[in-house]
Design a protein around this ligand. Sequence first.
Ligand SMILES: [Fe+2]
Ligand SMILES: [Fe+2]
Length: 474
Amino acid sequence: MSLTDSIPNNVDLASDKKLLRALEQWQPDFKKWWLEMGPEGFQTDDIYLRTAISVDPKGWAHYEYVKMPDYRWGIFLTPRAGSGAAVDRPIGFGDQASTKAWEEVPGEFRGLLRRIIVTQADTEPASVEQQRLLGKSAPSMYDMRNLFQVNVEEGRHLWAMVHLLHQYFGRDGREEAEALLQRRSGNPDTPRILGTFNEKTEDWLSFFCFTMFTDRDGKYQLSALSESGFDPLARATSFMLTEESFHLFCGETGIERVAQRSAELTKQDANGDARKQGGIDLPTLQKWINFWFSSAVELFGGEISSNAADYFATGLKGRFREKDKYTDHVALEGSYEMTVLEEGRIAQKQVPLRNAMNEILRDEYVADCERACRKWNHTIKKAGVDFELKIPSRRFNRNMGMYAGSSFDPAGNPITAAQFEAGRQQWLPTDEDRAYVKSLMVPVTEPGKIANWIAPPKQGVDGKPFDWQYVRFS
Ligand SMILES: [Fe+2]
Ligand SMILES: [Fe+2]
């Protein structure tokens, strides 16, 4: 099999010998990384996985049993509208709005663009590393399969970004591509670039929170890049978004299933204590939500940001649904009203639009999280339990940006550092909580069976039932 066959692609790899050689050199290093840092203990099993083999809907939603190391990690760019040879798409926003999108990296934006791509790329292998041991404690075969689906797709996202680095950034790009396989999540000497991607993800509640909150940041970042003036990046991230939606589904429905089971067990127990029934109680679920949400909102960057203004001005990174949602794509006039912290006080402030881009994206994200939370609460209510989960204020528990260094309760009220420390135990996971949740993580590997702390899904994958044999152990 030639490399072109082993890397399914729609970028005509076969005709670009230089690129082919570069990826040929990178591929064994990637495989080595996958075997060392990918899901531990399941590399020889057959997993019922969706593999992208082309970009049309039938091709990318193709399911079959594969061993993970044989997954066909490919390079896919969303086809250009109109499918002409020339790029006819205009740049959608910024100083050069409506001039022709770039097929090559403009020299003056090379550094910025490389930073954007490397930062995005780094999150992909990081999450695989974070989730490496979770297969061993999967609450059901269905969940195990979903975990591996997420993992191989994050591997593919790494390929998508590495392709851009190799094709457009020459020697620098090749070095960055190597470095992406050298850094390790949580390793103090060679950590991953962004904080959240160094957090431990040792239990399934964390996995669901990660795919709900952290992957959802990815959705908004990728969306903001999917209309980028650099056309290959726009097309790469567009296709990544189609895969990402499944990751978000795992997170959102995962938390919903935990909430449902928690509510059922709360009802069952004479004292309303789900822990007594071997489950995760709702206040504990809330703590996990507080922790992961407050970690994920950091990823949107500073509230008032000249970097964000530059990214927008240069046409590299837009807003969420820039094309459909907005009419003014230059954003030089007008301002955005946001909440700010000024001299220790919460105030409203008009900020020049371009400098508010991070906060505008964060607002979209927070609204999306709140939508999901309303669904969870509906589930809890339907089970007959009087408890409401809440998405905490974006000010709560922050280490970066405007709110870092100040203290707020989960509702966003300013408090003293001492009050925060006093509340910590009740707001964020304690060591004891983590140990308890971990104690529930016993593997359930028989098809159709499920751990006590989580409800089964409403349906299986690819039209298959929940009790389907999603994994064939070797
Ligand atoms: Fe990803
Ligand atoms: Fe993802």
